[in-house]
Design a binder for this molecule. Structure first.
Ligand SMILES: Cc1cc2nc3c(=O)[nH]c(=O)nc-3n(C[C@H](O)[C@H](O)[C@H](O)COP(=O)(O)OP(=O)(O)OC[C@H]3O[C@@H](n4cnc5c(N)ncnc54)[C@H](O)[C@@H]3O)c2cc1C
Length: 322
C-alpha cells in the first residue's frame, strides 16, 4: 500500500475534474486526479459532440476527453487509476482510501464524481443507447430535427425536456406511467398549452423497438398500467428523463448534501460545508449537466481551492511569526 500526497486531490476525471486539474497544476498545486471506474467521465460513452465550444467540426466525446487528459498531464497533473472507497474529511490533510488500499492525502479536495442518468433498465434500451435512446435532450435533441420524439417521465426534467424538444420537432410525446405529473404547475401549464406535445398517461415502456441494420430506434412498445393493454408508437428518438444518481454515497455523513443527494455548495462558489473541500460538475449541478458547465465549475473549484490554500498558508505564516 502506498501513500500519495499532494496539495490538491481531485476525484473524478470527467470535464470537471480535468478542468480543475489544468487550473490547479498551472497554479502550482501539483494535482493528483483519481480517475475512478470511468476514466474520462460520461462523455467517453457518447460519439458526436457538437456543443463543446472551440471546435467548428463535430468531435467525438472520447477524443475530447483524451485531449483534456493530455492537457492536464502536460501541465503537471498526476493521474491515478484507482477508485476511492473511503473518506476522512475530519481534518486536513484530507485522507482518502482507494479500493486497493492506497491512501491519498490532499491539503484540499475537489469532488468531481458526476451524476449518472437513471435508465429504465430494459435490454432493448441498452442496445439502442446512442442509436435513438438518450438521457439528455440538451445533448442529443439537435440530432432529431424534424423527427418524431418521445420523452419518458413525469417530473420537472421530463417536462422541460419535452418543451425543449419542440425547438427541433413538431411531434413530441410525453409518456408517463401515472395519471398526473409531478412537475411544477407552471411547467405543466406550458406543456399542456403546447400544440406539438401530446401526453400518454398510464403507460410504461416495455421495449425500445429496433428498426434493424443501422436504422436504430423506430418506436416504443407500451403497456397501459391500468388496463394492461399493449400499444405501439413511432419514435426516432426516446429520451429517458426519470432522474439522476449523483455519485455522493461516499460523502454521505461527511459533508452536506441537498435533498436530492447532490453536494451542497455555497451559491456562486464551489465551497462545500467542509472548509477546504470543493465540488464541481454534475455532482453539484442538477440544472445544467453539460460538459462545458462541468468544465466551468471545475475551473471555479481550482480557483476557490487556490485562494483557500493561500489564505491558510498566510495564517500559518502569521502565527509562526507571532
Ligand atoms: C451519452 C451522453 C451524451 C452526452 N452528450 C453531451 C454533449 O453532447 N454535450 C455536453 O455538453 N454534455 C453531454 N453529456 C453530459 C456530460 O457528459 C456531463 O455533463 C459531463 O460529463 C459531466 O462532467 P463531470 O466531470 O461533472 O462528471 P462525469 O463526466 O460524470 O465524470 C465523473 C468522474 O468521476 C469519477 N468517479 C466517480 N466516483 C468515483 C470514485 N469513488 N473515485 C474516483 N473517481 C470517481 C468517474 O470515474 C468519472 O471519471 C452527455 C452525457 C451522456 C451520458
Amino acid at each position: 500500500m502506498a501513500t500519495h500526497s499532494t496539495k490538491m486531490l481531485i476525484l473524478g476525471s470527467g470535464p470537471a475534474g480535468l478542468s480543475a486539474a489544468i487550473y490547479g497544476a498551472r497554479a502550482g498545486m501539483s494535482p493528483i486526479v483519481v480517475q475512478g471506474i470511468q476514466p474520462g467521465g460520461q462523455l467517453t460513452t457518447t460519439t458526436d459532440v457538437e456543443n463543446y465550444p472551440g471546435f467548428a467540426d463535430v468531435i467525438q466525446g472520447p477524443w475530447l476527453m483524451e485531449q483534456m487528459e493530455k492537457q492536464a498531464v502536460h501541465v503537471g497533473t498526476r493521474m491515478m487509476w484507482d477508485t476511492i472507497t473511503g473518506v476522512d474529511l475530519s481534518r486536513r490533510p484530507f485522507r482518502l482510501t482507494g479500493d486497493g488500499g492506497d491512501v491519498y492525502q490532499g491539503e484540499v479536495l475537489v469532488i468531481a464524481t458526476g451524476a449518472q442518468a437513471k435508465w429504465l433498465g430494459l435490454d432493448s434500451e441498452q442496445a439502442l443507447k446512442g442509436k435513438g435512446a438518450s438521457a439528455c435532450a440538451t445533448c442529443d435533441g439537435f440530432f432529431y430535427r424534424g423527427k418524431t420524439v418521445a420523452v419518458i417521465g413525469g417530473g420537472n426534467t421530463a417536462v422541460e425536456e419535452a418543451l425543449y424538444l419542440t425547438n427541433h420537432s413538431d411531434d413530441v410525446t410525453l409518456i408517463h406511467r401515472r395519471d398526473s405529473l409531478r412537475a411544477e404547475r407552471i411547467l405543466q401549464e406550458r406543456l399542456h398549452a403546447h400544440p406539438n406535445i401530446r401526453v400518454l398517461w398510464n403507460k410504461e415502456v416495455r421495449e425500445f423497438v429496433d428498426g434493424g441494420g443501422n436504422v436504430g430506434l423506430v418506436g416504443l412498445r407500451l403497456e397501459d398500467t391500468v388496463t394492461g393493454e399493449e400499444s405501439r408508437i413511432d419514435a426516432d428518438g426516446a429520451f429517458v428523463a426519470i432522474g439522476h444518481h449523483p455519485a455522493t454515497e461516499l460523502f454521505r455523513g461527511h459533508l452536506d448534501l441537498d435533498d436530492d443527494g447532490y453536494v451542497a455548495v455555497e451559491t456562486g462558489s464551489t465551497r462545500t460545508s467542509v472548509a477546504g473541500v470543493f465540488a464541481c460538475g454534475d455532482v453539484m449541478d442538477k440544472h445544467y449537466r453539460q460538459a462545458v458547465t462541468a468544465a466551468g465549475t471545475g475551473c471555479m473549484a481550482a480557483l476557490d481551492a487556490e485562494r483557500f490554500l493561500a489564505a491558510v498558508e498566510f495564517e500559518e505564516l502569521r502565527e509562526a511569526a507571532e
